[in-house]
Design a protein around this ligand. Structure first.
Ligand SMILES: Cc1cc2nc3c(=O)[nH]c(=O)nc-3n(C[C@H](O)[C@H](O)[C@H](O)COP(=O)(O)O)c2cc1C
Length: 656
């Protein structure tokens, strides 16, 4: 169809009813300035074009890339690498070829702000969240030129709206950004935009918020909601219709929370409520503001070996001890130097937990290498002691190697220690999980209520043993990081799964063995943690599972091979959106008992372990337990909000 067939009145006739004919003509005569055609700007442009706005001034210096696909109008394969302004104006002109367009392909800056706003009837803010300097410039110029300014910000799965109208409270009066460093400005902007912080409760993976890297998660729904809300403000302001709220009042609609809140913060960020919110936010976000080395993006200029290890270091290990260090010899060869914690950790019986972890790491390396079309050839170096195994990994190009579908899930995989949904796993999930461990392993499921109850009882007794075992005290008190929701080399307290009160009590108790002993003896100290961490979670899951090796695992190679299966199983869970928690300690105590290894100076603990071993054999037959290499529970439900991260790669790499 050619542009000659276009007819403005016919094209936008269906607006009539909600606007009158004469209002439609007014909209046709208006110019809206939109700075930024990214997440929300592109949607704004297309929505307002369909509303019949006749003229736009737009600015953006960016080009489309893959990372824009989840939310940005115009982000398509055919537009990859194209200027956002070119691609979006083409779409807008395809809707209304009569548009009057002014384009600023280098973006907005101090020197062109006045020109950009010249002739504009309204300014619609769509700059990148982190472009605070340009945003301040634009709003200051709008205030100076008496141009109404609208900002609708995508927040989680909702939208937060603020209008700044001529003669009203200004952007700077509301946000109070001047004179603060970038970190503080970002917090002030975030909290000023959404004082109600409705989105704050459902952020399932906090590691995705990387303010220091100017990165944060986003959703397409929020961007579309923004266009709808902002479009309505544009209509009301330009037509002088309806009640228009403006700063210090704002609107926050959250589709996920089913909530709409009208916010009112007289004084803006100076308001005592905001000050309090800022105080809390500073504490909560302090870790996200300093670059999280653990989540540093892979840089393409890094060597391939480094890029692979950057991903592989996300492999899990017992207590997050990361029993490995790396050596990069050349682009095709890395060396893994293993170690174990058997001399001080009662759970690392004969170093088996560390060896499993090393298997998990090696599988992760192979998965990461597949992303480069490389096959990882792994060889355990002969003659090394089991306490310090060495693995040579050589990468070879192989045209048959395609990126492993588990690759995107490596850094997303984590432990969920809180209750999960009891929705049973379905047949597809079961098939994929059973296939994931390979032909040398098998999975047994303990999933009906009776089985889960039996395992919950087992875990509860197991918890009693762990918490009263003098040899475990040192391990427990050294592996928990109390004051953070992320930890590089330990487990953050919040990821343990206790409620805040019990967490505080535990923190106090962990100060000395005498305190633990006192609590255990006189205050039934193990009761609440056992109920909360072991019994309830033992029931609240879809199923417990035991991964069994074809032959009982005895050697380093056996445990490494088992670890490789475990990692494929765990990553498949993540891929399926399922949560997992290992439950390894009953297997470990069982092994101590069946191998007649004295693991404690405390006779009561030894006896308890014997009962535990028999209880486990009642649940799964002794011949099955003999083959067991990994045990845990899985289920659907939310991702944890606190997690162990990892040591930065540079700390894991051995230097001469
Ligand atoms: C071999 C092995 C044994 C583990 N045993 C347990 C366990 O018994 N209970 C538990 O809650 N987590 C266990 N974990 C989970 C680790 O503590 C966890 O993977 C580590 O802290 C890293 O955290 P992330 O998996 O959330 O990244 C185990 C992990 C591995 C690899």
């Amino acid at each position: 169809m050619s542009t000659s067939q276009f007819d403005y009145t016919a094209a936008f006739a269906r607006n009539i009813g909600w606007v009158t004919q004469s209002e439609q003509s007014i909209l046709r005569s208006k110019r809206v300035a939109i700075a930024g055609l990214g997440g929300v700007g592109g949607s704004h442009l297309l929505t307002l074009t369909r509303l019949g706005i006749g003229a736009f001034t737009v600015a953006d210096f960016d080009t489309f890339e893959l990372a824009n696909f989840n939310r940005q109008a115009g982000a398509t394969l055919s537009n990859l690498g194209r200027n956002k302004t070119d691609a979006l104006l083409e779409q807008a002109l395809d809707i209304n070829p009569e548009l009057d367009l002014n384009v600023f392909p280098d973006g907005v800056h101090d020197h062109n702000a006045t020109d950009f706003l010249a002739e504009a009837d309204l300014y619609l803010d769509s700059l990148d969240f982190f472009a605070l300097q340009a945003r301040q410039t634009m709003f200051a110029n709008c205030a100076r030129l008496d141009i109404p300014a609208v900002t609708a910000a995508p927040m989680g799965m909702g939208v937060a709206l603020l209008n700044f109208l001529p003669g009203g409270m200004s952007f700077e009066e509301y946000f109070q950004l001047t004179g603060h460093d970038e970190e503080e400005q970002l917090l002030r902007f975030l909290l000023g935009l959404s004082p109600a912080m409705l989105q704050g409760t459902y952020l399932v993976d906090p590691t995705a918020v990387r303010l220091a890297e100017h990165k944060g998660p986003s959703t397409p729904m929020a961007c579309d909601l923004c266009a709808g809300v902002a479009g309505t403000q544009v209509l009301k302001i330009l037509l002088g219709r309806g009640k228009v709220i403006s700063a210090p009042r704002g609107l926050h609609f959250d589709a996920y929370k089913n909530r709409l809140v009208q916010t009112w913060r007289p004084g803006g960020n100076r308001n005592p409520l905001q000050q309090l919110g800022l105080k809390i936010a500073r504490r909560r976000f302090s870790q996200r503001l300093t670059p999280l080395s653990a989540s540093e993006p892979v840089k393409s200029r890094d060597s391939v070996g480094r890029q692979i290890l950057e991903i592989a270091r996300w492999a899990p290990s017992g207590d997050n001890c990361q029993p490995w260090r790396f050596e990069i010899t050349d682009d095709n060869h890395v060396v893994i130097h293993g170690n174990d914690t058997r001399d001080h950790c009662v759970y690392d019986l004969r170093g088996h937990a560390s060896q499993l972890s090393q298997g998990i790491l090696l599988e992760t390396i192979a998965i990461a290498a597949s992303g480069h079309g490389l096959q990882a050839h792994i060889l355990a170096r002969p003659g090394q002691p089991d306490t310090n195994p060495v693995f040579d990994v050589e990468f070879k190009k192989n045209p048959d190697i395609k990126p492993d579908p588990l690759l995107p899930h490596v850094s997303r995989r984590m432990v969920q220690r809180r209750p999960m949904s009891t929705r049973p796993i379905n047949n597809r999930e079961r098939q994929l999980l059973e296939a994931s461990v390979g032909s040398d392993s098998r999975v047994i499921w303990l999933e009906n209520f009776r089985d889960r109850l039996r395992v919950a009882r087992l875990l509860s007794r197991n918890g009693g043993l762990r918490l009263t075992l003098p040899e475990a005290f040192k391990t427990h008190s050294s592996i928990i990081q109390w004051d953070s929701d992320q930890s590089e080399d330990r487990i953050p307290a919040k990821a343990v799964g206790l409620d805040p009160v019990t967490t505080h009590l535990m923190r106090w108790a962990m100060g000395s063995w005498n305190r633990v002993n006192f609590l255990n003896r006189y205050m039934a100290g193990t009761l609440i943690p056992r109920i909360e961490l072991d019994f309830l979670t033992g029931i609240a899951c879809a199923s417990h599972f035991i991964i069994m090796a074809k032959e009982p695992a005895r050697t380093l190679d056996d445990f490494v091979a088992a670890g490789r299966s475990v990692q494929r199983f765990w990553l498949t869970c993540t891929r399926l959106g399922l949560q997992l928690q290992p439950e390894m300690t009953p297997l470990i105590f069982h092994s101590y008992v069946r191998n007649n290894i004295e693991f404690s100076s405390n006779l009561r603990s030894q006896k308890l372990a014997k009962k535990l071993a028999s209880q486990l054999e009642d649940i799964a037959a002794p011949e099955k337990i003999e083959h067991a290499v990994f045990m845990g529970r899985i289920g659907s439900g939310p991702t944890p909000t606190a997690r162990s991260v990892r040591l930065p790669l540079d700390q894991l790499i051995l230097r001469n």
